[in-house]
Design a protein around this ligand. Structure first.
Ligand code: ADP
Ligand code: MG
Length: 598
């Protein structure tokens, strides 16, 4: 950050001096490029950062410009009053466009938002108030303390001040906990929800932000050109915008700005060959998507990673148990599952399953593949609703709670098929879980940015502590997918523990681990229990289950067929029958360290 300050300052000074070297035409081109850069930031936020395919960005732009035009020419409002209302309108439209994103994602969302952009275009071309296909001309020159903003040179300074603020805010949001949550949602919305992210609110936030940036761009455009017409907000321009963001690098705000400026300039150069230009953009976009999906801005990171990979290997350190321990309250029930059933179409995955886990217990859940173990976790963590039955957490009925609410109530989980955020670093994965604020907290980003910075710093400190505790400090900057399986599993447990849960659900945490890793896992789970966390663990490794668990629940075809201390359960004839062929597993002696020795 500190290294970037001189760079930013230098760029700022260069931007300030730029008009002195430009003729009138070039100045105009640059003015338009700045508007596109603002649009690029908006699209980068919603699509690159939050992963929401948004082809309506051009409509947000249009709403900003047209509202300004209509209110100044038809309603006689002053330019800046109209501008404020235009921003409000763009934000409102962003809010409305976000509604489909609550239901559909990816290319479906692309089609819906494209439809909305077309509807807008259709409206402005046909509505009398919007001047139909001729558009609206003769917008007033924005007044500014006697400065003549009809000059492209002077208007440029208004633009870059607005642009600098807009860019700084976008960079701030992306680096702050909110941006991290948005990126986590982009990478894996299910896992993000399990960590307490309110997915619907986050999606709305992303669209509102892009609406805001679209609106700002629209207002500046209206003030600059003082004429609005449908073709500026056409689908062709939407694709140009998309090309800017993809070529620049959608996951990086600076990349989006770069792409927007570069393409705006190229477009001007190629203005006499517009047909070929379209073809050219298309080709470049395809090449980028295939060969450099992270765009121009992603190239340095790509090279850097290659360089890092050739350096020495990081090392996994051992887990440091929590110092303070919370003594379990004897007899207190941590989790109670009452007669829960779950049906998938014809299949009864859970059939009146009941289970009571006491405070401070390590409970094993075993059973053949497909017996409903993961489904049970999905119900307890709020991913599935159960038709029948109740789930109680420390006596409180939490049936039907959404994942984020359960996460806030103290339920943490890992996933059978690891769900780490692939494009976030290990440290960021932990940070997402450490942030326990609600989405409603985001008003502070506008009003109290310093509180956000302070919180961010606090979280950073906690993350470093936790990484140290789990022996992961040397992997802090690594991307999870580049790590060996055993380390990824450890990261996932660390991430779950970052939430400070009361109940930890581990879904086959030993799958894919070697003997030594399983032994270490057992140590960690015991230490977590000793720190006051109740653990429910689904596991196939019977040696581990036998040595680790206080009680074991056996599921078979969605029904509980046995429940009790490991040794008693292992002797139940039904259990042996369910495990027929796997019976050697059950007779394993109760110490996993023997496994490790082999
Ligand atoms: P386990 O974790 O014990 O191996 P699961 O809970 O994953 O078993 O699955 C139990 C049964 O429910 C399986 O037959 C599985 O195919 C089915 N099932 C699980 N999730 C779904 C789903 N989302 N849709 C349809 N069937 C499912
Ligand atoms: Mg499973």
């Amino acid at each position: 950050m500190k290294r970037l300050l001189p760079l930013g300052l230098g760029l700022g000074i260069a931007a300030w001096l730029l008009p002195y070297g430009l003729d009138g035409y070039a100045m105009h081109v640059v003015d338009v490029a700045v508007v596109f850069a603002l649009l690029g930031i908006g699209l980068g936020l919603v699509m690159g950062v939050a992963g929401q395919v948004n082809l309506a960005q051009v409509a947000f732009f249009g709403i900003g410009a047209y509202t300004c035009a209509i209110l100044t020419t038809r309603a006689g409002l002053g330019f800046w009053v109209a501008a404020a209302l235009a921003l409000l309108a763009a934000v409102l439209i962003g809010l409305i466009v976000s509604i489909p994103a609550l239901r559909v994602q990816s290319h479906y969302l692309g089609i819906v938002t494209l439809g909305l952009a077309l509807a807008f275009l259709n409206w402005v071309t046909n509505a009398g108030v919007a001047g139909k296909s001729e558009g609206i001309s003769d917008l007033p020159v924005p007044p500014m303390f006697g400065i003549d903003l009809s000059s492209d040179y002077l208007f440029y300074y208004v633009e870059i001040i607005v642009f600098a603020i807009a860019l700084a805010f976008a960079l701030f949001v992306v680096r702050a906990p909110l941006g991290r949550r948005l990126r986590a949602m982009r990478d894996d919305s299910l896992a993000a929800a399990a960590l307490g992210a309110e997915i619907p609110l986050l999606r709305i936030t992303a669209f509102v932000l892009s609406g805001l940036y679209g609106g700002v761009a629209g207002v500046l455009y209206a003030g600059l050109i003082r004429y609005v017409a449908p073709e500026t907000f056409s689908i062709a321009n939407m694709f140009l915008l998309l090309a800017m963001v993809i070529i620049g690098g959608r996951q990086s705000i600076v990349g989006c700005v770069l792409g927007a400026v570069v393409l705006s300039l190229i477009r001007e150069v190629l203005v006499d060959f517009s047909v070929y230009a379209q073809l050219g953009y298309g080709t470049v976009v395809v090449l980028m998507v295939v060969f450099a999906p992270t765009g121009l801005a992603g190239l340095p990171a790509l090279w850097l990673r290659r360089f890092r990979a050739s350096q020495g290997r990081a090392e996994l350190h051992s887990f440091v148990p929590y110092g303070e321990a919370r003594a379990p309250e004897p007899g207190r029930v941590a989790l109670e599952i009452r007669e829960v059933s779950k049906r998938f179409k014809g299949l009864l995955a859970l059939d009146r399953v009941s289970m009571t886990v006491t405070d401070g217990e390590i409970r094993g859940v075993v059973g053949p593949n497909g017996s409903g173990k993961t489904t049970l976790f999905n119900i307890v963590s709020g991913f599935y609703a159960c038709e029948v039955g109740r789930v109680l957490l420390s006596g409180e009925d939490v049936t039907g709670f959404r994942p984020y609410r359960l996460s806030q109530a103290g339920v943490a989980r890992t996933f059978q098929n690891l769900r780490l955020f692939g494009d976030l670093t290990v440290r960021e994965n932990i940070l997402v879980a450490l942030d326990r604020t609600r989405t409603a907290w985001i008003w502070r980003y506008l009003v109290r940015p310093l509180a956000v910075v302070r919180q961010s710093r606090d979280l950073g400190r906690q993350a470093d502590e936790l990484l140290e505790r789990f022996g992961l400090a040397e992997f802090a900057a690594a991307q999870p997918r580049a790590l060996p399986y055993g380390i990824q599993r450890r990261v996932e447990i660390a991430r779950a523990m970052a939430m400070g849960p009361r109940l930890l659900l581990l879904d086959e945490p030993a799958a894919g681990l070697n003997g030594e890793e399983v032994r270490r896992l057992a140590e960690i789970v015991r230490a977590l229990r000793d720190s006051g966390v109740t653990v429910v663990i689904i596991e196939h490794n019977m040696g581990l289950v036998m040595s680790l668990c206080d009680r074991v629940t056996v599921l078979s075809s969605g029904r509980v067929i046995a429940d009790g201390p490991p040794r008693e359960v292992a002797a139940v004839p039904e259990v042996i029958e369910a495990y027929l062929g796997e019976s050697t597993y059950l007779s394993l002696p109760g110490d996993v360290s023997q496994e490790a020795g082999r």
